[in-house]
Design a binder for this molecule. Sequence first.
Ligand code: GTR
Length: 395
Amino acid sequence: MIITFVCLISYSCLQAQELSPNYDETKVPEYVLPDVLKTTTGKLVRNRNDWEQLRRGEILTLFENNIYGQMPKVYDSIRYSIVNENKKSMEGKAHLKEVLIEVFNQRRSVKIKLVLFVPNKVAKPVPAFVLINNRGKDNMDPARVTKSDFWPAEVVVDAGYAVAAFHVEDLAPDNKDQFMDGVLQLYPEKMEADNGMRAIGAWAWGASRVMDYFEKDQLVDRKKVVLVGHSRGGKASLWAAAQDERFAICVTNCSGNTGAALARRQFGERIAVINAAFPHWFNNNYKSFNNKENMLPVDQHMLISLIAPRPVYATNASEDLWADPKGTFLSLKNAEPVFLLYGLKSALPKVPPGVDNPVIQSPIAYHNRTGEHNLTVYDWTSFIKFADYHFKIVR
Ligand code: GTR
């Protein structure tokens, strides 16, 4: 009895020790990142052609198999209906469309409810921002009774952009017991596979269906769509943009572990911890990297690289050490060689810029905002500047 008790205590101590996050830079282990420009068979990638022909697909498959799971690319059919429309919403300045996107496969369907505001006094088609909403649905209130800084639609519309949002729950409820009650019903074989997609993959899949819709909406410039995600939604925005080259720009805010931050630093949230707390986010194979970050054939700088040459903006908050702001910056830095293959020189400094010092005029951009884990108007205003710069919008 006593022995069992002692064992229990020491076991939980051990577990707690393993799980307690490191926030001390001096305790970050030495690590070597996988070389983004060397193929698994050891060939060096020297130019854009090598990258596209030899390396990019290989990295995509490594992420699919080991982390996010394979994302299905085909479905039987898709249907778009405007369920509510108001050409004079936001006191006349925007055209509201509530779009129901229904996707059918294997006699099952999912319904994605898209809220879209298009500014009225702007030449069409307009560039657009779309948010993967992982917080409350009230953050994307089409009636604008509730206005939230998490999705400050008026700010984006005032800047001349369309702004859209959809909720992750439409694709995969964010819960280990119910996440399969969505897209995965359309692709049941994915649930059987150790490398099949799970919740984050389903959310990213949803972003691509929204893109399918934008290709049909004459008001939206489908060549200028900026995908935005916060935290778990930011993990999904990166994965969606890596997969789907129709997204012109990717923004990932406070996405941390298995988002924009390097895993090998083991700073803040770790793979074992994320897999224990959210077993439904990533595929089964990912669990074998619990406490074995160095065994991963990829690290997150390679996810950023997959988005090149399209611009990527990763952002953090100073108090959100759990999401490793420095590890995010280093991930961007280590993606630079791939952007350089396209002649795109990043403007990021050698070391992380100070807090509230955004580096925006760059194909790979970064900021660390004062404050806590959140998505705020400060962040959105910076995303708008980033899009303005890349879309060459002069104000
Ligand atoms: C945390 C999780 C993070 C991040 C965050 C969020 O609990 O550990 O990886 O995704 O949730 O989505 O706000």
